[in-house]
Design a protein around this ligand. Structure first.
Ligand code: SF4
Length: 343
């Protein structure tokens, strides 16, 4: 075993409520910008990702997860301090006509993944409603393949649209929940909604017939990897009607180190040495530990009757293009990868 197993203490009563309270002062420091946008959809040609296009309405993400690997995306705008990623949020300038024209050029067989680099339901969405505007257009489509990943219960606001989309397109929604422990979640994901709220979103989407799964990523050695914690998460996912349950071990790119290691030193000092050693030469953990976590996930899935991947069953209103079925076969196996690769 590389790291000790975890088991964070539970809070009750006023302590629990206090730990779950949003930090409004910190949010006053967030600045919003409108980003002139030439293209909404980004083509993915890497063999490492199974989707063909990504759609991210925002750049930067206010949720400020300590392990976030997407901080490098702000470096493209010469914002390299790591923290700007969560305090300088860029909303893409909205031009529905240009969006529709781009969408028209994307073959229906192509897979469009929403929320691969930033959360489409971060707080900025309450203000700018870009994700909803995009979903309103996608709700007129038929026979498309779409996935959406979020850590926010704000997705419930758009449950009506997602329900419409799911009737005539293949839609998978992955809700990221790393732990049901509210205090621990507040440490790891300071401004993201409480885990129970996220699980509530899974339940509502499932009730409406939208395939919603729980993504327990990332799994952090010694922090949220105990089988008992994963078991509790899987049990609640099953009770919520989750269509799938999966997770993956954390990876720490250099852009994440500046935020993650000071956090670790402050909150989990006994883990610092192990993490530094393991992530010194690679962003990924390999070998026995990922295998152990894979076995643990499989065990809790079996215990709670959960699937590892989304089903590729097509909705009743599906209207495929003639070549579409051919395009789907090899993709089914890649769904698990998507679940593991998004935020
Ligand atoms: S991990 Fe996802 S939700 Fe968290 S800060 Fe990064 S983009 Fe946002």
């Amino acid at each position: 075993m590389l790291f000790p197993l975890s088991g964070a203490p539970r809070l009750h009563g006023i302590a629990r409520l206090a730990a779950a309270s949003p930090c409004r002062v910190a949010k006053q420091h967030v600045e919003y910008f409108e980003l002139p946008t030439r293209r909404y959809f980004t083509r993915c040609q890497s063999p490492r990702v199974p989707f063909d296009w990504t759609l991210n309405p925002y750049r930067g993400c206010e949720f400020g997860c300590k392990y976030c690997y997407a901080r490098y995306t702000h470096e493209f705008m010469e914002l390299r301090d790591g923290l700007s990623f969560e305090t300088r949020i860029f909303a893409k300038q909205w031009n529905p006509r240009a969006f529709c024209q781009e969408l028209e050029r994307i073959p229906r067989a192509d897979w469009i993944a929403i929320g691969t680099a930033t959360d489409p339901y971060q707080p900025a969405e309450r203000r700018f409603r870009l994700t909803r505007a995009m979903l309103e257009i996608l709700a007129r489509e038929r026979g498309r393949r779409l996935s959406l990943t979020t850590k926010s219960d704000l997705v419930r606001r758009d449950a009506d649209l997602l329900e419409v989309i799911a009737r005539s397109n293949l839609l998978h929604v992955a809700v990221t929940i790393t732990t049901m422990d509210e205090k621990l979640a507040r440490l790891l994901e300071p401004y993201a909604p409480r885990p129970a709220l996220r699980m509530g979103a899974v339940a509502e989407l499932a009730e409406r017939g939208v395939a919603a799964g729980v993504l327990a990523s990332p799994i952090l050695p010694g922090i949220n990897d105990a089988e008992a914690m994963l078991d509790e998460l899987a049990g609640q996912a099953a009770a919520a009607g989750a269509a799938s349950f999966t997770g993956s071990v954390v990876f720490l790119k250099p852009c994440t180190h500046a935020v993650f290691f000071p956090f670790l030193e402050e909150k989990f000092p006994h883990l610092v040495e192990g993490y530094r050693r393991q992530f010194a030469s690679s962003a990924f953990l390999r070998g026995a530990y990922p295998r152990l976590i894979a076995r643990r996930l499989e065990a809790v899935r079996r215990r709670h009757g959960l699937a590892a991947t989304f089903s590729d069953d097509l909705p009743e209103g599906w209207e495929p293009e003639p070549q579409l079925e051919l395009a789907f076969g090899p993709r089914a196996a890649a769904v698990d990868f998507v679940m593991k690769s998004t935020c």
